[in-house]
Design a protein around this ligand. Sequence first.
Ligand SMILES: *Cc1c(COP(=O)(O)O)cnc(C)c1O
Length: 360
Amino acid sequence: MDRVYNFSAGPAVLPEEVLKTCAEEMLNYHGSGQSVMEMSHRSAEFKEIIDTAEKDFRELLAVPDNYKVLFLQGGAWTQFSAIPMNLMKNKVADYIITGQWAKKAWQEAKKYGDAKAVASSEDKTFSYIPAVNDLPIDENADYVYICQNNTIYGTRYKELPDTKGKTLVADVSSMFLSEPADINRYGIMYGGVQKNVGPAGMAIVVIREDLITEDVLPGTPTLLMYKTQADNGSLFNTPPCYNIYVCGLVFKWLLNKGGLEVMKKENEEKAALLYDFLDSSKLFKGTVQKEYRSLMNVPFVTGNDEMDKKFVSESKAAGLVNLKGHRSVGGMRASIYNAMPKAGVEKLITFMEDFEKKNA
Ligand SMILES: *Cc1c(COP(=O)(O)O)cnc(C)c1O
């Protein structure tokens, strides 16, 4: 069967070149006679894989020397707990609620301390980002938490919030490595990798060194202490070895393409094609306030549930898959991550134009 264009929000499309390398190296990685899946995580071969992955990741995001890069099991969700457990020295944190993921992180943090919602866009089904330049930040807040790109609703921050000097923690799962970032502005930048980077089940956590301490909440599991992971180079217990290997291949792919400035340009071009079409369409319309539109996740509707269903099933038959919107919002959503080629977006638009003509 031919490969499809996969618009899934996650697990999501990976670069075809990377998948081919995985296939070629599956049985015999670099003459070792073994698959990476079979290798000891203490072997010299694996040490080179994880060290190279970290080096390339640091180069891509220009990660400063006073930050650690951790490869951790448990996806993004596990970090919803690890963050308060490690950072809540005063047991106070401020959360900005811009969608389901921010809300879930906030609810989890409430188990550990006084987690406050200092702004929310829930009043308009999260179709915008609230004003973040003068928030009622608690003077004792241990950190301010955001979800920088909202996978389900298709919004993104235009600018980072003014945290009034407090540590910024950001979930960037669905925009990881889609554009350059100034890491110095973050205390923690983290994300699950299955949206824009690699296979499911792992998070990458970029954390400023002064936030890594033994002074964590009582009862914090050993594995969830950033200190445990940082002191052991993400090799305290068996890490998600194969996942780290695939992510490493994706980092090389990104570097070979020219890095994150090039990705940003490509992502802006792809998103502009789709949003311009949505703005000119009489059948389809975007659901997000224009200035907050995500470059990665593009939700849209026809305004008619039956028509939406028809679109999802006919697009699937045409090899454009996983366009159904999240179960909580309905409609459609096209996730156009780094690995989605421009040709995939063009094919989607052509399909939408035809569908519109046929259903006028
Ligand atoms: C998908 C997603 C998560 C959850 O990731 P898991 O790896 O399933 O825990 C968290 N935050 C954002 C922004 C996401 O898109």
